[in-house]
Design a protein around this ligand. Structure first.
Ligand code: IDP
Ligand code: MG
Length: 168
């Protein structure tokens, strides 16, 4: 068994339904270790990059609006990185099938997900599905210094002229 990392997102429906505690409790059954977490305001660019593999699907635009939070009128996603043996499968098993109607009722998506009348799967959580996807997704959602431990190669860089908000 290999030590893996996996990205978990609690999507806007999970946050608006106050499911954060339940979801984190379910995931703690895995005994994996959380090595990063934050609440993110998702930009359109981040949403489109995250779901790039689905860009030709008819539901792509609605999916982007869903993950941005426009659908639930709460512009928040909670992002976490879990680490440990076989992390990707352990988390996917508890998260359940992509389609909430096909998901085991005991899984997070089976218990809390729904299909909208327009056909989008509002399935409460995202979880990476392979080590390659996990690396791409973790690097998309987190800066290297937001993750505890050097999980991928890092280098020192001096950043100049970076525009960001600081406390006034
Ligand atoms: P996953 O989230 O189980 O890895 P993906 O195929 O990567 O599944 O799809 C990403 C997200 O897009 C899903 O979690 C779900 O919200 C949505 N989605 C995927 N396939 C469909 C579909 O056939 N109809 C509607 N929504 C879908
Ligand atoms: Mg996926």
């Amino acid at each position: 068994m290999a030590v893996e990392q996996t990205l978990v997102l609690i999507k806007p429906d999970g946050l608006i339904k106050s499911l954060t505690g339940n979801i984190l409790s379910r995931l703690s059954e895995t005994r994996l270790v959380i090595i990063a977490s934050k609440v993110v305001r998702v930009s359109r660019e981040l949403a489109e990059q995250h779901y790039e593999h689905l860009k030709n699907e008819p539901f792509f635009e609605e999916l982007v609006e869903y993950i941005i939070g426009d659908v639930h009128n709460t512009h928040r996603v909670m992002a976490l990185v879990y680490q440990g043996d076989d992390a990707i499968k352990k988390v996917r098993d508890i998260v359940g099938h992509t389609n909430p109607e096909k998901a085991n009722p005991v899984s997070i998506r089976g218990a809390y997900g729904r299909i909208t009348t327009t056909g989008v799967f509002e399935n409460v959580v995202h979880a990476s599905s392979s080590p390659e996807d996990a690396e791409k997704e973790i690097k998309l959602w987190f800066q290297a210094d937001e993750v505890v431990g050097d999980i991928y190669p890092v280098k020192d860089a001096v950043l100049k002229e970076v525009r960001q908000k600081v406390w006034a």
